[in-house]
Design a protein around this ligand. Sequence first.
Ligand SMILES: Cc1ncc(COP(=O)(O)O)c(C=O)c1O
Ligand SMILES: N[C@@H](CCCC[NH3+])C(=O)O
Length: 416
Amino acid sequence: MEHNLREAGFFGTMEPEQMTAKYGSPVYVYNEGILRSRCRELKQMVTYPHFVIDYSIKANFNPALLQIVKEEGLEVDVMSPGEIYLAKMAGYEPNQIFYICNNVSEEEMCYAIEAGVTTSVDSLSQLEQYGRLNPGGKVAIRLNPGHGAGHHQKVVTAGKETKFGIDAEMLHEVKEILARHNLALIGLNQHIGSLFLDKEQYLKSVDSILNCAKEFPDLEFVDFGGGFGISYHKEDKKKRLDLKDLGKELDEIMYRFAEEYGREIIFRAEPGRYVTAESSVLLGTVTAVKNNHENKYIGTDIGFNVLMRPVLYDSYHEIEVYGKSVEMSGKKERVTVVGNICESGDILAKDRMLPSMREKDVIGVLDAGAYGHVMSSNYNGRLRPAEVLVKEDREVCLIRKRDTFEDLAGNYVLLP
Ligand SMILES: Cc1ncc(COP(=O)(O)O)c(C=O)c1O
Ligand SMILES: N[C@@H](CCCC[NH3+])C(=O)O
């Protein structure tokens, strides 16, 4: 007998239907217990004593979730002054924030320098800019190991076809710029792409970055990057990324490197998705059921303004249906689940076998906690959803209010 997340207790003391009624539909629901477990798995993956997990908050920067991640002992990597601001709001100190930026303005770079966070730059041009703005300072650089990985071409972030990182052949120029501005290179980092389940590409990139690291005797840290995957398909759920196995390999590599280098430097990894993806179900409501020629469409209030991944990357998310009628009938049918946005690409799930649904049924989109709410928008004048947390004591609390019409209109300036 297949169990859904409601039966597994994901929603704590409330029913999904009560949540949409109280907080509005759609609503992102997070489970504290799952979030904490993911953090602990990462913290425990190696024995090397100076291994730091930086949660990459671009996956989800809700400050209440960051408070939990911080309690679990993870530091953070950020992408912008906005993310620095939110990390600080959650209680992170500047020395726990790693700013890995890409093509930023002088103004943004100055914000990070003034905030006192370690910055990594990813081109010679940005290294020059950093040197001009903070001569004599400390800096890290992002390398491009020459090959990438990822669930879609759009999220591969290393290799010849991407804008990221400095090629290893350019280390000579890097050294010249460092010397010209009297900069100390304290760290090397890389990130090959998002969502790997097979450790081989990651380990290959670890090997490349450590080869470069040998050229710089004064490093404080080397950061191997994120990209740790999860399985979005129910049938693959048991085949999890084997963190223990990856950790064992990393341990060997890190201890060996420390011995050759003569010091136990800090090693870091920066997973985003792995930390938050599985901790959230996005609840929405069936608003229309319709047959168009051969297709049966289930219209919902989950447009791509609320969850962009399926439209942007053809990503798959499991869907559960929580309506009472569903439990009684037990029938399944082939449907296409769509949103309420004025574009024909607004498809959440195509040709899926799902329990037969009726208007007002509540559905849950699984594994929505990473790159979900943070990528939502007000397209079509829609309100971004609330976010709620099911705490470990099973009680439910609000951690982000749903947008209001005032929020939607707030920044516009009418002509006099
Ligand atoms: C520099 C950097 N670090 C870390 C991450 C986190 O990636 P993921 O969520 O796949 O772990 C990203 C996003 O891909 C990134 O661009
Ligand atoms: N937004 C992407 C991941 C990209 C991460 C940023 N480098 C996703 O949903 O899978």
